[in-house]
Design a protein around this ligand. Structure first.
Ligand SMILES: [Mn+2]
Length: 451
């Protein structure tokens, strides 16, 4: 659990200010942190607060709700938190509490969460609009509606209920698409730790028998470098498992001739890293593995090269599928001519996902991809992943067996800059030759250490 508030409360204060500047007078914003979920019996899943909530508070306890009001050109911030409770805290961990919250988080005032239903009715009186994320659970949206309903019932006493409920995502998520300097710093750190974890995984595969052992070394490195948790469940997929896009079982034995696909990222101060590496368990690619790998890498390079201000996600995707499709035609995995296969999307048999996604506090970060039915253009401060792949499984029975059970994805995190782009996830061996050399050197280093 994230009991310690994150650093730099002024960063969150600024986020609140920018958000409220966008909203009209007499608006209220309501953002909950989320509730703990039972895993089994009395064991909870590790809690991680909603990103919107962290973005505006730097705080991560469950059962908390942020309420922002804009009235007479002034913004007031109220936080509802769990009450201090020495007994509960002895069992379950520290709580910030009502008294410490305002100064620690630079908020105007704090209340006990148990008082939310009562207090919010007073705060809502005379508010014109309520902004709440329409991505929230129906439960929470229902609660907001109940509050408004309760106010309407008191209409004869002169109480005025809000007249509209608006989607907060439109404003808040658009804000989150463009990263500030503080956010870029955190993403850079998440990227650096993620790179180190992937290097540890490449090292681990040489002494590991099972996928979970590689996962252990990967995640140990994240933790060792101070990341409190993975940004998403790590994928360590060997051989045919790599053809399952979100494989997270990680229980199989790694065979000598397998490629191992690792898709994992560390979280840092609420921000995600997201890297995929694919490398041979033995330290050497087979001829077919090397051919497909080099093709995916060329597609990734073409896609990264296309990233600059005013380019669009579609341009990046088209750049990668063009290279992949031509390569699949050249290798005989696809037949026909380039334009026909591109038009018919024949490549989707081997590459069935997009080339990437927004990256930020959420690994598949918030923000629209299209605006007014058109792909939106890139702007400095946006962060995207580029992750083309090729997946040839035993199911592709019309394809020569020599290509079977090869799943490859290569993914990096890219910041759009004013002059083009910057790869945040540098420092990994990427070409076939670099990977083979790195793994061989590493093996020699390990041998020296042991002897
Ligand atoms: Mn990704």
């Amino acid at each position: 659990m994230l009991n310690t508030p994150l650093e730099q409360p002024e960063f969150y204060q600024k986020n609140r200010q920018i958000l409220m500047d966008m909203l009209p007078e007499n608006s209220m914003v309501i953002v909950p942190s989320g509730v703990e979920k039972i895993r089994n019996r009395d064991v909870e899943f590790p809690f991680r607060a909603e990103s919107d909530f962290i973005y505006l508070t730097g705080f991560g306890e469950p059962d908390s709700v942020l309420v922002l009001l804009k009235k007479a050109k002034t913004v007031a911030s109220h936080l509802f938190v769990r009450a201090k409770d020495p007994e509960q805290e002895t069992w379950q961990g520290r709580r910030l509490g009502v008294e410490a919250a305002p100064s620690t988080l630079q908020l105007d005032c704090a209340h006990e969460i148990d008082m939310l239903d009562d207090e919010i009715l007073g705060l809502l009186d005379n508010m014109e609009s309520v902004y709440v994320s329409f991505s929230q659970s129906l439960d929470f949206l229902g609660t907001v509606h109940q509050w408004i309903y309760a106010l309407k019932e008191q209409g004869r006493k002169g109480i005025e209920a809000p007249k509209q409920v608006c989607d907060l995502d439109v404003h808040l998520h658009e804000m989150r698409v463009i990263k500030s300097d503080t956010e870029i710093k955190r993403l850079r750190k998440a990227a650096t730790i993620s790179v180190q974890g992937h290097l540890a995984a490449m090292k681990s595969v040489q002494s590991s028998v099972f996928e979970f052992q590689v996962q252990a070394d990967l995640e140990a490195e994240f933790l060792r470098l101070g990341s409190p948790r993975v940004a998403f469940n790590s994928i360590v997929a060997s051989g045919e498992n790599a053809c399952i896009l979100h494989y997270t079982e990680n229980r199989s034995e790694i065979k000598k001739g397998d490629l191992v696909l690792v898709d994992a990222g560390a979280e840092w101060q609420g921000y995600a890293g997201d890297i995929t590496t694919t490398f041979p368990a033995s330290g050497f690619f087979s001829a077919e593995q090397a051919q497909l790998y080099s093709l995916v890498l060329a597609a990734q390079q073409a896609a990264i090269d296309a990233i600059k201000p005013k380019a669009t996600y579609d341009i990046v995707h088209q750049a990668s599928i063009k290279v992949l499709t031509q390569g699949l035609l050249d290798l005989g995995l696809l037949q026909g001519d380039l334009n026909t296969v591109l038009k018919d999307e024949g490549y989707k048999r081997f590459f069935m996902h997009g080339t990437g996604h927004w990256l930020g506090m959420d690994v598949h970060d918030v923000g629209a991809y299209k605006q007014n039915q058109k792909w939106r253009t890139f702007k400095p401060g946006m962060v995207v992943t580029v992750e083309p792949g090729l997946y040839v499984s035993g199911e592709h029975q019309d394809v020569d067996k020599k290509w079977h059970n090869i799943g490859i994805r290569i993914e990096d995190d890219i910041l759009v800059t004013s002059i083009g782009h910057e790869v945040l996830t540098t420092g990994l061996p990427r070409t076939v030759k670099e990977i083979e050399t790195w793994m061989r050197q590493d093996k020699e280093q390990v041998t020296i250490e042991v002897s």
